[in-house]
Ligand binder design. Structure first.
Ligand code: IFM
Length: 486
């Protein structure tokens, strides 16, 4: 006779709590130019972001990364904050012009030393360093030689990747080649709202290909040097593109944007070819002759996981004429960051928005993760960035209350949990960002940090969301409602 197994009554304390799988990696993330400062110390040379931010009218308020959060000097304090947060991993980027000042030749011992000490301190605190090699700070000398539209830049990147691997590969086991190459190519060379501020769609497509090539060559350089067991990856800001209606024209608009937002990278990186429709949609801009024999094989290298950055979805429809691209949430420009998609209109997604004007839409993350799983079933995923900017301030008691951020994080972590339950292999989550920092064209006006930074004094004040996230990390689980644990 079969006996029914007894199910224990759920503990009221844990009812509704969403536990993440054992071993799930909890982390937080930053990027060099956004936090380090010390722009001309110890031999560092200007990057394209130094040049761009020092160009009048480019960055809100005339803000620059000259001093930023002064992490270059306060890194011990920042690692101590991470230890308080309890995270198991810290994702940071290495500044190329700090480590290889002209973008060519040998490594700068002082530059390398900074990251070496940082890595040691992290390991000492039990925090795994996760290195991103390129988070947008191309040495200006390489831009002067043509920048990403120039093929040689990909080879320079591979050399740089090798230098960093030689310096840190004995201690760093998780590596990311590029962060969000879409921004580098299409905001940097298409709409010009990011450095270097160029506006030529054919150049933007060349840049995209050379970033892809840099990823392939860089991964090879890493693999040649790193011990077996080291993990390599790339981080993409995959866009979750929805069409406004089910009509054919709107769905075709969504296909076009998906092509130049996502598949232009996942195609060569994960399938070894550029999608036919992307080549067709952009054929009036370029003949793609910059893709040489063997390039897509070089780009298509096994990844240990894919880093996914998600903030908000993208809503599009067919447009009657060009010019609607300015409402795409990526900054205002007369030039489009979407080559081959002039006849696409962008719409504000429904719902509440963050201080960036981006819709809060956790379902978008859930749907995106399921889509990636559908497209690449065997590929493990890590959420390498997720978070929100709000207009935080220090109250008279010296505290920073940020319930909107807690609610945002709660919703998005619940979406990740739901995706895992639906069978998506998500291995970790990195909150963007540890600190308020230089938010590119927005300067210091947008605060994404779990830690508030008083830029006048460099004082750090952990926000309410810091304490909330610390509890999530400690428990490896999400409380039933956003307020719990704050
Ligand atoms: O601050 C940026 C980060 O550098 C790259 N991903 C998006 C974040 C928020 O805009």
């Amino acid at each position: 006779m079969a006996t029914a197994s007894r199910t224990a009554e759920p503990d009221p304390e844990t009812r509704g709590v969403r536990a993440f799988p054992p071993g799930f990696l909890w982390g937080t993330a930053t990027a060099a130019y956004q936090i380090e400062g010390a722009a001309d110390e110890d031999g560092r040379t200007p990057s394209i972001w130094d040049t761009y931010s020092h160009t009048p009218g480019r960055v809100r308020n005339g803000d620059t990364g000259d001093t930023a959060c002064d992490h270059y000097h306060l890194w011990r304090e920042d690692v101590a904050l991470m230890a308080d947060l309890g995270v198991g991993a810290y994702r940071f980027s290495v500044s190329w012009p700090r480590v290889q000042p002209t973008g060519r030749g040998p490594a700068s011992p002082k530059g390398v030393d900074f990251y070496s000490r940082l890595v040691d301190e992290l390991l000492d605190k039990g925090i795994q360093p996760v290195v991103t090699l390129y988070h947008w700070d191309l040495p200006q000398e390489l831009e002067d030689a043509g920048g990403w539209p120039e093929r040689d830049t990909a080879h320079r990147f591979a050399d740089y990747a090798g230098l960093v691997a030689d310096a840190l590969g004995d201690r760093v086991t998780t590596w990311t080649t590029l962060n969000e190459p879409w921004c580098s190519a299409f905001l940097g060379y298409g709409s010009g709202v990011h450095a270097p501020g160029r506006t030529d769609q054919a150049d933007a497509l060349r840049a995209a290909h050379h970033l892809n090539l840099a990823h392939g060559l860089g991964t090879r350089a890493l693999r040649d040097r790193l011990p077996t067991g080291a993990r390599t990856s790339v981080t993409l800001n995959l866009h979750h593109v929805r069409s406004l209606t089910d009509g054919d024209a709107d769905r075709d608009a969504a296909r076009r944007i998906d092509g130049v937002a996502n598949r232009i990278f996942t195609g060569p990186m994960l399938r070894g070819e550029y999608p036919e429709d992307v080549l067709r949609d952009t054929a009036h801009l370029t003949d793609w002759s910059f893709v040489r024999d063997g390039d897509t094989e070089t780009i298509h290298r096994p990844l240990d996981f894919l880093g996914v950055n998600y903030y908000s979805p993208t809503l599009v429809s067919a447009a009657s004429g060009p010019g609607s691209h300015t409402a795409d949430g990526h900054g205002v420009s007369d030039h489009s960051p979407w080559p081959g998609a002039d006849d696409v209109a962008f719409h504000r997604s429904p719902g509440t928005t963050t201080a960036m004007g981006w819709a809060v839409d956790p379902d978008g993350l859930y749907e995106l993760l399921l889509r990636v799983k559908g497209d690449f079933p065997e590929l493990p995923l890590v959420i390498t960035e997720n978070g929100a900017a709000f207009d935080d301030y220090v109250d008279p008691e010296g505290r920073v209350h940020d319930p909107e951020r807690i609610s945002y994080l709660h919703g998005h972590l619940a979406a990740v949990h739901r995706a895992i339950e639906a069978g998506v292999d998500v291995r970790g989550y990195f909150l963007w960002s540890l600190l308020d920092n230089f938010e590119w064209g927005h300067g210091y006006s947008k605060r994404f940090g779990a830690v508030y930074v008083d830029y006048a004094t460099r004082r750090r004040i952990p926000k309410q969301s810091f304490h909330w996230y610390a509890r999530v990390v400690r428990d490896g689980a999400l409380p039933p409602d956003p307020g719990a644990g704050a």
